[in-house]
Design a protein around this ligand. Structure first.
Ligand SMILES: NC(=O)c1ccc[n+]([C@@H]2O[C@H](COP(=O)([O-])OP(=O)(O)OC[C@H]3O[C@@H](n4cnc5c(N)ncnc54)[C@H](O)[C@@H]3O)[C@@H](O)[C@H]2O)c1
Length: 334
């Protein structure tokens, strides 16, 4: 893992960005963020050539056609290998722009300025970059860590309630995996403290396992089923993850942990996420996307992360057939 996270106060990015060793900055920025915060960002004032590329944040950005458009745009501008890309936006923008950085001239350095809560605690950290396929989410990509993560909490002031809830959903995931985060939430610590605690935990995990061969797998808690709900129900990522975690606890009969989950939902002021299951979906519809998840193993098995207590995770290997049966049995009673 490259450089640590730098926390920036009041949009004072100029000095940190001046220190980047490149004379050309390729800024991939969410147009909504530009509109809301251009008067404070002042990136055009840094003493470097700055080329802006505006994108519309959201899953529609993470496609081949958008990727091609962006790569061709920068190549047309005559960028060189010492150019440095900066992604400014939420998780969709950092996933997308990080992949652009990894491919442009076979890889240029890059940094992230996360502007959503989910980006600050999760997506901007760890270098998983990618786009979606028709076959499923995040199936095309790379491990390509950013050189810098510049986090400025003031961006959060313009975030919608639903996006704040999404970020809190990912914080809930960390609570189950990490005692320090759990204690911080239960101890009513400030959002600033929570962001730092989650980000430090993720950095610590990915530092030793950038390519997700071991420890990093636990960060996928809730994601296998979560991705299905995210796609089928168009739910914000972090909220879909909460449903995915709930389902896993139910599948592996972790009643006490389900109670803990409900207490955390309450503490994090998440608005009734467990009422969001769309029972109009058939188990087959949900399961079809589960099978396309990256956690599928050879021999028709699937790997699922579960938790038995706070900071006590288990990696469950289960046959696809058994999982389908178990899931079919619990779906109607969720
Ligand atoms: N790479 C990883 O490790 C990782 C981890 C978790 C999630 N992700 C990915 O992250 C994505 C979700 O990220 P997200 O929740 O940040 O979504 P997002 O990037 O779609 O942003 C959500 C919405 O908020 C808007 N927005 C962004 N910043 C804003 C601001 N400061 N004020 C007002 N509006 C703002 C965006 O325009 C968008 O409409 C998913 O694609 C998911 O797969 C990646």
């Amino acid at each position: 893992m490259k450089g640590p996270i730098q926390y920036i106060e009041s949009f004072e990015f100029k000095e940190a960005i001046e220190r980047i060793e490149s004379d050309t900055l390729l800024v991939v920025i969410d147009e909504k963020v530009l509109e809301l915060h251009s008067d404070k960002l002042h990136l055009d004032l840094v003493d470097k050539d700055v080329i802006f590329y505006r994108v519309t944040g959201g899953e529609d950005l993470k496609t081949f056609s958008e990727l091609q458009k962006c790569l061709e745009f920068f190549l047309e501008k005559g960028v060189h290998r010492k150019s440095h890309l900066i992604a400014i936006g939420g998780g969709t923008v950092s996933d997308f722009a990080g992949l652009v950085a990894s491919m442009l001239l076979r890889g240029i350095s890059w940094s992230v300025i996360p502007t959503t809560l989910l980006g600050m605690v999760d997506a901007a950290i760890g270098g998983k970059v990618g786009i979606n396929s028709k076959k499923g989410k995040n199936l095309i990509g790379d491990f390509y860590p950013p050189e810098n993560i510049f986090t400025c909490l003031e961006f959060l002031s313009t975030l919608s309630l639903s996006e704040i809830q999404s970020g809190r959903g990912e914080i809930l995931k960390y609570c189950l995996l990490d005692r320090a985060t759990y204690n911080a939430v239960m101890g009513n610590r400030s959002l600033k403290d929570l962001i730092r605690t989650c980000a430090d935990f993720k950095l610590k995990i990915v530092e030793h396992d950038i390519r997700e061969m071991g420890a990093r797998k636990i960060l996928n808690l809730g994601h296998t089923f979560g991705h299905s709900f995210e796609v089928l129900q168009k739910l914000p990522h972090g909220i879909a993850v909460v449903l995915g975690i709930h389902l896993i606890l139910r599948l592996f009969d972790q009643k006490e942990m389900e109670e803990t989950l409900v207490a955390l939902i309450d503490k994090l002021e998440l608005v009734t996420p467990l009422d969001l299951y769309d029972k109009g979906l058939t188990p087959d519809q949900v399961f079809e996307l589960v099978l396309k998840d990256k956690k599928r193993l050879p021999g028709d098995k699937i790997e699922l992360i579960s938790v038995r207590n706070i900071a006590y995770h288990v990696i469950e290997e289960i046959s696809v057939q058994d999982l389908k049966l178990k899931f079919g049995n619990i779906w109607q009673n969720l």
